[in-house]
Ligand binder design. Sequence first.
Ligand SMILES: [Zn+2]
Length: 243
Amino acid sequence: MTYTLDLPVPKRALAVAAHPDDVEFGCGGTFAKWAAAGCSIHHVICTDGSKGTWDVDADLSQLVITRQAEQREAARVLGGTDDVVFLGYHDGELEDGLAQRRQLAHWIRRLQPDVVLGHDPWRRYRLHPDHRRAGFLLTDGVVAARDPHFFPEPGLAPHRPTTMLLWEADEPDHVEDVGEHLETKVAALLAHRSQLLSTMAIDDEADAKQVERFRRRVTDTAAEHGRSVGVAYGERFKALRDL
Ligand SMILES: [Zn+2]
């Protein structure tokens, strides 16, 4: 596989994810790099993240509020200045129907991103239904947003992004060099404090060893992704062009 390296820094970029923290895992380094270079970065989070705990007695409505605050903080750490968009569907129950597609088309038209990023919906053996459906909502939302006859909205012009980057891709062919921005990615991930145990294997954030072990996990993945193109640290994607 031949990889391309680094898109030109877009003016605006939009990441669409199933859950709070998916954007930071998928493209946190890329977002940090672009934001530092003047790009306006945006998050659309499809579900409320209400199942993101192993605590069977957890107060789930409180968890939703907590996770939204954490996601806003993570976006701020990456360099985002706009508010995060939460579509608020129940965690684990995201549908990719027409109503959801219309919402995605709306946000793509409204935010006018040059580059959109999201889950690769075609990844084989992908189990989590929300990741699959959020991926298809992005691809289908782009098709709708670019055409004036799909879900027409008075006052909102059609919009066609130039490139789509899909993370966790089956057939990656593009890498963004995130060398200097890896620490920002780690900091943004650690902002999702309610997820430290379930997704980052940290049960005590005061334990420097555990935090270091997580940092190493992120670093090792970035090193592996960077190796494809000879940079120290990268984030790997499938790039779809000519949208
Ligand atoms: Zn997720």
